[in-house]
Structure formats: structure tokens, C-alpha cells
Ligand binder design. Structure first.
Ligand code: HAM
Length: 411
């Protein structure tokens, strides 16, 4: 026998039962987002590497070491998309969507790829449902976006949810703050963990993420972005909070919230679930008011989020609990294959869920199989006779073969 092949590390197969759950999740996303004006967009699974280098940021972990990049054969570098916001903004610019009435609201469901160390809830190919709204900086859009995500997660019965929120201010505030923080970190270099020290100039905000005790102590006295927000940014954030209060959404403000993408400005948020282990982030997002312009479009504010589908399923604890949909009709046969084939085809054409015996079982074995499939009716076809068994009523009677479908349909 040849050596057995398996799916690559950090990837997985979606088998039929799980695929049904994912379909439901997708349907829920549609039900929540489309009435709020979101239209579905699909972008390619790979893009020019430059899109992510520019959009997500050269200094991020994603761009530094998590991208699957390859040469297209003509010397151009392509990358399997690690996230969906930069591609959506690329499409927004490419298709002149800035000429549409604002805000332009788009959502997507698809696969994303990151060369991360695999563990529970962290994969190298994973799926996201995401929503982006472009062309407005109205704080009501921030609140609406968060509210829709909250509705989606609660509709799916995700448990142990926590929402953390922050504001990063405008790009210039953020840039000035980064510099101030880097200067502060350099002044305390000796107490910092080596991996934090190495990244001071590349990404000083990540220092807030560290578990190292020395680093944590330094960070507890670090300058806070909160104190550097302009009045306009602070007012914008206050208004977002006011609207979330109105919608009765519980949140915690967390000024140390850091997300691994560089495009964020102003509102930043993340939903975690206690039902998950170390990879507790179920969904996250925020504003990215400079991204469209960075990608060659006109200055355009934007806000959005993405939820990890596998993590949502983990947080709903539902991944294996689905039972198969029962069959309406199982067609058992002995010496009547053509009749069985015809009857099954007719039954399906009439809208029934129907299957015929296809594995050469004995009649006894076929009846057992019908039970396994949880078929409501079993037709038993033999050369000169047809019988219909009603498994729910526990009855069986002779029937004309042509009457089987109408009988099953009328029940
Ligand atoms: P992100 O936080 O990198 O944001 O990813 C969003 C969600 O995708 C995470 O909360 C998590 O549930 C899931 N996820 C991320 N990486 C993995 C992985 N390796 N395995 C399994 N699930 C994963 C973004 O991607 C932004 N584009 C979100 C956004 C949209 N911001 C504004 N608009």
C-alpha cells in the first residue's frame, strides 16, 4: 500500500455535517447584513503582494512572516490573501465605487491564509465573514457596524462573549503617539523583554500585548493614547459609546487593545469568547480612514470587521451536534433496479428527499439501512410487486408503483 496522504498542517477538511453548520452561519450573516444594506462581494483568493505590504503594513507580523507569497511565473509576487479589508478597498478603488452614494456597504465570506503556528482555533487556512462600510465617518456607522456583528454572534448563540473597545485617534495623532511611545520604551529598554526591545521602532504598540512581567511594569506607566486624542477624536469615540449604550450593548473600554493590522484609526474593537482557549478572538475590526487613499483612491473613511468562522463555531460549541436531515423515501429493491431508479428520479422531481439502494445489500440489510438513514417511508420493489412501509406508523401495505410518490407526498 502507498503511504497515506493527509491534509497539510494547519488545514482541515470540512465534512458534510460541518458544512451544513457553516451554511447556516453564512445564512445568518446574510439575514443580518443584507437588510442593513450590505451587498456581497467576492475578491480573488490571491492578490499582488504589494497590496498587503502597503495596506496591512510592512511592520506587522502578517506581512513580516505569515504570508504565503509566490512568483506568478513572470517575476511578479502574488500572495494568498491573509485578510479581506485591503482587497475590498482595492476593489472599491478599482471599480470607482467612491462615485456611488455613501456609505458603500460590502460583506464577504471566504478563505484566508496565514502561515501561523497551528493550534486549536488557529489554522493556516481559515474562513471569515467580514463586513466593510466605506465613505462615511459618522460615528453612527461605527455603532451600527458593531451592533450588526453583535447581532450576528448572538443569533448564532456564541457563548461567553466580551466586547472590548478603544480609539486610536486620527492617523496624525497615532503617528505622534507612536513616536512618543517609542521614545519612552527606549528610555526603559533594560527592563523590556528582548522581543519587545527588538520591535520598538517597528511596532511599539505591540509592547502592550506582552506577558513579560518587566515589560508589563514598564507599560503600566507608559503614555496613554487616550490622553493624546484630539477633541474631535475624543468626541467621535464618545458618540460611538453613547449609541452603543442606546443599543444596550455591553462593552469594556480597553486602552491597551492592540490589533495586528496597521491600517486602523479611531474606533477599534474585538469580541472574545470565554468558550475558547488561548485563541479567544472571535471577531475584530475598526476604522481605517486612511486605507483607501493609501491604495491609490481618494481620501475615504471606512469601518468594518471580520469574524473567524471556525472560532464562531467553537464558541457556539455546535460543530458536531447536527443530526442528518431525515429522508422522505428510501427505495429498496430486489430484482427491480430499473424500477427503483425510475421511482427515485420521480420522487426527487416531485421535491422529495429520496435515495435508492446502491450498495448491493440484501433486502434485510436494505431495511436496516433505511432505518439508519431515518427514512420516513420505504418502498420495497420486486419484479411483480411494490409495497410501501410507513416507518413512523409501523405499517406496510401493497401499493401500485405509480402511486408511491403521491402517497408519500400527501402524508
Ligand atoms: P483579524 O483580527 O486579523 O482581522 O481577523 C479577524 C478574525 O479572523 C479573528 O478574530 C479570528 O476569529 C479569525 N482569524 C484570524 N486568524 C486566524 C487563524 N489563523 N485561524 C483561525 N481564525 C483566524 C482582520 O482580518 C481584519 N481584516 C478585520 C477587519 C475588517 N477590520 C476592519 N475590517
Amino acid at each position: 500500500m502507498s503511504a497515506k496522504l493527509t491534509a497539510p498542517r494547519g488545514t482541515f477538511d470540512v465534512l458534510p455535517a460541518q458544512s451544513e453548520l457553516r451554511r447556516r452561519l453564512e445564512q445568518a450573516a446574510r439575514d443580518v447584513l443584507e437588510p442593513a444594506g450590505y451587498g456581497r462581494i467576492e475578491t480573488p483568493a490571491f492578490e499582488a503582494t504589494e497590496l498587503f505590504a502597503r495596506g496591512v503594513g510592512e511592520a506587522t507580523d502578517i506581512v513580516q512572516r505569515e504570508m504565503y507569497s509566490f512568483d506568478d511565473g513572470g517575476g511578479r509576487s502574488l500572495t494568498l490573501r491573509p485578510e479581506g479589508t485591503a482587497p475590498v478597498c482595492r476593489a472599491y478603488v478599482e471599480h470607482g465605487m467612491h462615485k456611488l452614494p455613501a456609505p458603500v456597504k460590502l460583506y464577504y465570506v471566504g478563505s484566508f491564509f496565514r502561515a501561523e503556528r497551528p493550534q486549536a482555533g488557529r489554522y493556516r487556512q481559515f474562513s471569515q465573514v467580514g463586513a466593510e462600510a466605506l465613505g462615511s465617518e459618522d460615528p453612527a456607522l461605527d455603532a451600527e457596524s458593531i451592533l450588526l456583528l453583535h447581532q450576528l454572534l448572538t443569533r448564532l448563540d456564541a457563548t461567553g462573549l466580551r466586547l472590548r473597545l478603544s480609539s486610536l485617534g486620527s492617523p496624525s495623532t497615532r503617528a505622534a503617539y507612536r513616536e512618543e511611545l517609542a521614545t519612552y520604551l527606549h528610555a526603559h529598554e533594560a527592563q523590556l523583554a528582548p522581543h519587545v526591545r527588538d520591535r520598538i521602532d517597528l511596532n511599539p504598540l505591540r509592547a502592550f500585548d506582552s506577558d513579560d512581567p518587566g515589560t508589563r511594569q514598564v507599560m503600566s506607566a507608559a503614555p496613554r493614547l487616550l490622553d493624546r486624542l484630539t477633541n474631535a477624536d475624543a468626541e467621535h469615540f464618545k458618540e460611538v459609546l453613547r449609541l452603543l449604550d442606546r443599543a444596550d450593548i455591553a462593552y469594556e473600554i480597553d486602552w491597551t487593545l492592540v490589533r495586528g493590522l496597521d491600517y486602523y484609526t479611531r474606533t477599534l474593537f474585538e469580541f472574545t469568547s470565554d468558550a475558547l482557549g488561548a485563541q479567544s478572538g472571535v471577531a475584530g475590526g475598526g476604522r481605517y480612514d486612511g486605507l483607501v487613499e493609501l491604495l491609490g483612491g481618494p481620501p475615504t473613511p471606512g469601518i468594518g470587521w471580520a469574524a473567524g468562522i471556525e472560532r464562531v463555531l467553537l464558541a457556539t460549541g455546535e460543530q458536531n451536534t447536527l443530526t442528518d436531515t431525515p429522508l422522505d423515501l428510501y427505495v429498496a429493491h430486489e430484482g427491480a433496479r430499473v424500477d427503483a431508479f425510475e421511482l427515485t428520479r420521480e420522487a426527487r422531481a416531485a421535491g422529495l428527499r429520496a435515495e435508492m439502494e446502491l450498495a448491493g445489500r440484501s433486502l434485510k440489510g436494505q431495511l436496516k439501512h433505511a432505518e439508519r438513514l431515518n427514512a420516513r417511508y420505504v418502498a420495497i420493489l420486486q419484479p411483480d410487486s411494490a409495497r410501501l412501509r410507513d416507518r413512523e406508523a409501523g405499517t406496510e401495505r401493497a401499493i401500485a408503483r405509480d402511486d408511491v410518490v403521491s402517497q408519500v407526498r400527501s402524508s
